[in-house]
Design a protein. Structure first.
Ligand code: ADP
Ligand code: ZN
Length: 520
């Protein structure tokens, strides 16, 4: 049985790395001892080495099952560059290349073979492999086996049957998803018995987590970029249209930015990605299509221009920053209307998927709305307890988040004025009653006789506007567009009754600067 000293030699001599990353050694030891293993590590944590090194030490073949067909070529090219004999089989190969890879397999010439699950499950492939010595199955993106994950793929379910055919091989499940539920599901569904489970910490200490209310996103982004001149960064948007528009706006404002989304031609995507990796452009504005397999070490910031759909995607996307270990900034522009957009998309899904998606969204909302260190909620999602009181690397711990104050009483004043005027008026009218305006409209409606008339003088008109925004944002009131009036939402009742408190930010809004946009 190969041992860990040999593994260390391979680490130095083949890969040229000085030392193992946390858990790599434990996982490799477990694999070499042929113990089924589940390895849970954040993206960029170094999962690949955990099976690549054993693959070089085992006599037989290591099969890597991965759903990411587009990345197989890259991975195999990298290994080949290290002098490792690796190959892949998937639908993108020409018939000739497919055939010649089959020949290599037959002649036992490979250490590593990458396969898509559907390829592995093919009768002829299973037959071919059955006649060979297979020492290890590495199941990459193993969360795809779980319906509780964010990326369920039914064909993964059949991998446990494959396991029964190769009793001499060790099974290694790898994933960056670690909710305890998914973790259990992977172990059960893959049929990992008495597996060693290794969970790396998901805390990326060098990432500064920052969430701000999105009020003028372009303006906010430009101000951010001005502070991060000449740095590499990724800006994630929801739609292709938004990507194009923002890339144009940033270019018009003198930044070096390129778009990336599935609507661009393959060539254009490749060119833009390459330009980013080679530092010919600072910024990539992208949909979620960007980033898989991108291994640029010095991404200094990731901006979420629109809301990601769950914590999983958020974490994966910010994880592309700071791979070199240096401090990097993750800015998330949050708005409740983005959250509603995501809710809308969830409602379009089949019923059985809705429940999971809603739960994922709620977890993200908890992360956004927390008043405590961001790392507590983020790591809690991954089943990890964050013990420190102040991480020093999030907007809340560094006190940059605007202070949330108790606004229950002014909120009650506002809401009860709405009730007393039968919810027939808009913001300006309610505010004028509260500050005791003598405007004609107020007097004409006898609103100067209301008990709430003039009881809101503790706030300026601007502050009432802020309060109004908070009430809208928190879904306490809604706008009735047809009647140009405000209506109470269900939440308002508890607040009026004094059963629920309201917190929010009341402060002077930022002064606007002139920004060029493509729309002007
Ligand atoms: P994951 O699959 O977990 O996202 P990768 O296996 O792609 O991560 O590794 C991320 C990066 O870290 C790669 O560039 C890899 O070469 C590098 N890496 C992995 N292990 C080590 C190590 N022990 N020392 C230095 N670099 C490493
Ligand atoms: Zn913190």
């Amino acid at each position: 049985m190969p041992d860990i000293q040999q593994a260390e030699q391979v680490l130095h001599q083949v890969f040229g790395f000085k030392q193992f990353r946390p858990l790599q050694q434990d996982i490799i030891e477990s694999i070499l001892a042929k113990k089924d293993t589940l390895a849970i590590m954040p993206t960029g944590g170094g999962k690949s080495l955990c099976y690549q090194i054993p693959a070089l030490l085992f006599d037989g073949l290591t099969i890597v099952v991965s759903p990411l067909i587009s990345l197989m070529k890259d991975q195999v090219d990298k290994l080949t560059a290290y002098g490792i004999s690796a190959s892949y089989l998937n639908s993108s190969l020409s018939p000739e290349d497919y055939q010649s890879t089959l020949d290599d397999i037959r002649r036992n010439q490979l250490d590593l073979l990458y396969l898509a699950p559907e390829t592995l499950l093919k009768r002829n492939i299973l037959h071919l492999l059955s006649g060979l010595q297979v020492d290890c199955f590495a199941i990459d993106e193993a969360h795809c086996i779980s319906e509780w994950g964010h990326d369920f793929r039914p064909e993964y379910r059949q991998l446990s049957e494959v396991k029964n055919r190769f009793t001499d091989a060790v099974y290694l499940g790898l994933t960056a998803t670690a909710t305890p539920r998914v973790q259990q599901d992977i172990a059960d569904s893959l049929g990992l018995r008495e597996a060693n489970i290794y969970v790396a910490s998901f805390d990326r200490k060098n990432l500064y987590l920052d969430i701000v209310n999105k009020n003028s996103p372009l303006d906010q982004t430009i101000r951010f970029l001005q502070k991060h001149e000449d740095q590499s960064g990724i800006i994630y948007c929801f739609s292709r249209r938004q990507v194009n528009e923002l890339a144009e706006d940033l270019t018009a404002n003198g930044f070096s930015a390129l778009p990336y989304h599935a609507g661009l031609s393959e060539t254009e995507r490749m060119e833009n990605q390459e330009a980013f990796i080679r530092d010919e452009t600072d910024i990539i504005v992208a949909t979620i299509a960007f980033g898989m397999g991108i291994d640029k070490p010095d991404v200094r910031f990731v901006i979420h221009y629109d809301m990601p759909k769950n914590i999983e995607s958020y974490y994966q996307q910010i994880g592309r920053a700071g791979r070199d270990g240096l401090q990097s900034h993750c800015l998330f522009l949050f708005s409740y209307s983005d959250a509603n957009k995501i809710r809308y998309f969830i409602d379009q899904k089949p019923l059985e998927e809705q429940k999971v998606a809603e739960q994922h969204l709620q977890q993200l909302m908890n992360f956004v709305e927390t008043h405590k260190c961001r790392r507590i909620k983020l790591l809690d999602y991954f089943g990890e307890t964050f013990e420190e009181e102040n991480c020093g690397m999030c907007d809340i711990c560094t006190g940059e988040a605007p202070e949330q104050v108790d606004i229950t009483i002014p909120a009650q004043k506002f809401l009860s004025t709405m009730v007393r005027t039968d919810q027939r008026f808009g913001f300006h009218h309610i505010k004028d009653i509260l500050v005791g305006s003598r405007r004609k409209d107020i007097l004409y409606n006898h609103h100067d006789k209301l008990s709430t008339y003039g009881i809101g003088k503790e706030f300026s008109r601007k502050e009432w506007k802020q309060l109004y925004r908070e009430l809208m944002k928190q879904d306490i009131i809604v706008r009735d567009i047809e009647h140009k009036s405000l209506k109470l939402a269900p939440k308002a009742v508890d607040i009026l009754k004094g059963n629920k408190e309201v917190f929010g930010v009341i402060k002077e809004p930022d002064k606007k600067k002139t920004i060029k946009t493509s729309k002007t």
